[in-house]
Design a protein around this ligand. Structure first.
Ligand SMILES: Nc1ncnc2c1ncn2[C@@H]1O[C@H](COP(=O)(O)OP(=O)(O)OP(=O)(O)O)[C@@H](O)[C@H]1O
Length: 299
C-alpha cells in the first residue's frame, strides 16, 4: 500500500528526513513510533502530499502521492491539530467531505450517529470540547470510506470508553474491507494492543521496521543466577543491557529467547526466568543502543 524509498527533506540547513525507507502492506495497522523530533509528523506530511520531497520516492498503491487527486481521494488523515472551518457545524463539514470524497457514505454517517451521542451536529465544531472535536474527525473520516487512514496522535483527548469504541470501529473496517491504518503515537501500550506492524523512527530514518510479533519474539528480559558469576551467551546474542543485584543478573537480550534460555540452562543456574518485553521496553532498549540516553529505568 505504501512504499517509501530514501525520502529526504531539509528545512533550511536541518535534515529532518534523512533517507526514510518504509513499507506498509494493505490491511496493515502500522504504528509509527519515535522520540520527539524524530520526523514522524514530517514523514506523515509527505505521505499525505502536503510536503514535496527533496529526494526519494513515495508510492501509494503504486502511484506518487504529491498532487495526485486520485490517491488523495482514497486516503483520510486525522492530524494532531484538527482543522475545521470557523463557523462550520458537523453537518456542514459532512457536506464539505461529501464534495471531496465521491465514495462518502451518507447512510453510514447517520447509522454511526448512535456511537457519538454527545455530539450536537448543529453546534459549531470549534465550540465542542477537544475530545468531541476528535470524535467528529473520526466519524467523518470513517464515512469517507478511505483505503488508507493516517492518524497523528489519534486518541489524544479521547476518554477511555471512546478510545475503545473508536479502535473497535477502525478494526472492523480493517477486517471487513482491508482498510490500511498508519498511526503515529507515543501511546505504546495502546499501539501494542492495536498494531500488527511497527516502525521505529529516529533522527529522520526508520531504524527498525517489523511485525510486532517478530519484534517481540526477538528480544527478551532474562533473569538468571549462575553458580559461576556472570552468565555468558554466545556472540550471536546481542546483550543490550545487563545489571545485577547480588548474584541475580537481569539481561536484555536480542535473539531467540528460547535458544538463550537453553544456553543459560547449560550453566546450571539456580534461576532462569525469560520474560517478554512490552513495546515500551523494546522502544527504550532499541533506542538505548543508539545515541539516545536511556537510564536503568526498567530494571
Ligand atoms: N516546518 C518546519 N520548519 C523547520 N523545521 C521543522 C519544520 N517541521 C519540522 N521541523 C523540524 O524537523 C524535526 C522533526 O519534526 P517532526 O514534527 O516531524 O517530529 P515528530 O517526530 O513528529 O516529533 P513529536 O513526537 O515531538 O511530534 C524537528 O527537529 C523539527 O524542529
Amino acid at each position: 500500500m505504501i512504499q517509501v524509498h530514501n525520502l529526504k527533506k531539509k528545512f533550511d540547513d536541518f535534515q529532518a528526513l534523512n533517507g526514510v525507507d518504509m513499507h506498509v502492506g494493505k490491511g496493515d495497522i502500522y504504528g509509527l513510533v519515535g522520540p520527539n523530533g524524530a520526523g514522524k509528523s514530517t514523514l506523515i506530511r509527505h505521505l499525505t502530499g502536503v510536503y514535496k520531497a527533496d529526494e526519494g520516492e513515495i508510492l501509494i498503491d503504486g502511484e506518487p502521492v504529491f498532487e495526485n487527486r486520485n490517491i488523495k481521494q482514497k486516503m483520510a488523515y486525522i492530524p494532531d491539530e484538527l482543522f475545521y472551518f470557523m463557523q462550520a457545524d458537523t453537518m456542514e463539514m459532512k457536506r464539505f467531505y461529501e464534495g471531496i470524497y465521491p465514495q462518502f457514505d451518507s447512510k453510514l454517517f447517520y447509522k454511526m450517529q448512535e456511537f457519538f451521542p454527545t455530539i450536537d451536529v448543529k453546534r459549531t465544531i470549534r465550540r465542542l470540547s477537544k475530545g468531541m472535536q476528535k470524535q467528529v474527525a473520526f466519524w467523518l473520516a470513517i464515512c469517507c470510506k478511505p483505503d488508507l487512514l493516517i492518524l497523528d496522535e489519534p486518541v489524544d483527548g479521547l476518554d477511555p470508553v471512546m478510545r475503545r469504541q473508536i479502535w473497535s470501529i477502525l478494526m472492523a473496517e480493517v477486517a471487513e474491507r482491508k482498510m490500511t491504518v498508519l498511526v503515529s503515537s507515543h501511546n505504546l501500550r495502546e499501539l501494542e494492543d492495536t498494531c500488527d506492524h511497527v516502525g521505529i523512527m529516529h533522527h529522520g530514518k526508520i531504524m527498525i521496521e517489523r511485525s510486532l510479533s517478530n519484534l517481540q519474539g526477538n528480544i527478551s528480559k532474562i533473569q538468571v543466577a549462575c553458580q559461576n558469576g556472570v552468565p555468558k551467551l554466545p556472540d550471536d546474542f546481542e546483550v543490550l543491557h545487563m545489571a545485577n543485584t547480588g548474584r541475580v543478573y537481569t539481561l536484555i537480550v536480542k535473539g531467540d529467547p528460547k535458544e538463550a534460555e537453553k544456553v543459560l540452562l547449560t550453566e546450571n543456574p539456580t534461576i532462569v526466568d525469560v520474560l517478554p518485553l512490552t513495546l515500551e521496553e523494546i522502544f527504550i532498549y532499541e533506542l538505548g543502543g543508539v545515541d539516545y540516553e536511556v537510564k536503568d529505568m526498567l530494571l
